[in-house]
Design a protein around this ligand. Structure first.
Ligand code: HEC
Length: 107
C-alpha cells in the first residue's frame, strides 16, 4: 500500500496553525484607537486616504478635527478620549506629526 499523501500535508497544516497561534500571542495587542478605527472607520477608507498628497491633515490639531468630524458624521458619539486615541493611532501609523496639546498623552 502506498503511504497516504494526506499525512504530511496534515502535519504541515498543523505546524502552520501552531506557529500562527504563537504569533498571535506574541503580537502586541491592538490599541483602543486601532480597535475603534478598524471597527467604525475603515469601511470607506483605504490606507492611501491617509497619505494622499491632497491630505487635509497638516497638524495634530487638524487630525483631531477630522476624527471629530468623521465620528460625528457616523453618529458614534465618541468621547474626547476616544477621539484622541484614534487620532493618536492614525498619527502613529500614517502621519507621524509632533503631537501638540495636553490631551495627547501616552497611556
Ligand atoms: C462614509 C465613508 C467614511 C467613513 C465611515 C469614514 N470616513 Fe473618513 N474619509 C472619508 C472620505 C471620502 C475622506 C476624504 C474626503 C474628505 O476629506 O472629505 C475621508 C477623510 C478622512 C480623514 C482625513 C484624511 C486626510 O489625511 O486628508 C480623516 C482623518 C478621517 N477621514 C477619519 C475618519 C475616522 C476617524 C472615521 C471613523 C469615525 C472615518 N473617517 C469614517 C470617508 C469616510
Amino acid at each position: 500500500m502506498k503511504a497516504s499523501p494526506l499525512l504530511p500535508r496534515l502535519l504541515l497544516a498543523l505546524a502552520a496553525a501552531a506557529s500562527g497561534s504563537i504569533q498571535a500571542q506574541t503580537a502586541p495587542p491592538p490599541t483602543r484607537g486601532q480597535m475603534l478605527y478598524d471597527t467604525h472607520c475603515v469601511t470607506c477608507h483605504t490606507v492611501q486616504m491617509h497619505w494622499r498628497k491632497s491630505s487635509v491633515v497638516r497638524s495634530w490639531q487638524d487630525l483631531q478635527d477630522q476624527v471629530t468630524r468623521w465620528q460625528a458624521s457616523a453618529r458614534l458619539g465618541w468621547s474626547q478620549d476616544d477621539i484622541t486615541q484614534v487620532a493618536r493611532y492614525l498619527n502613529d501609523t500614517f502621519y507621524r506629526m509632533p503631537q501638540t496639546g495636553g490631551v495627547a498623552k501616552r497611556e
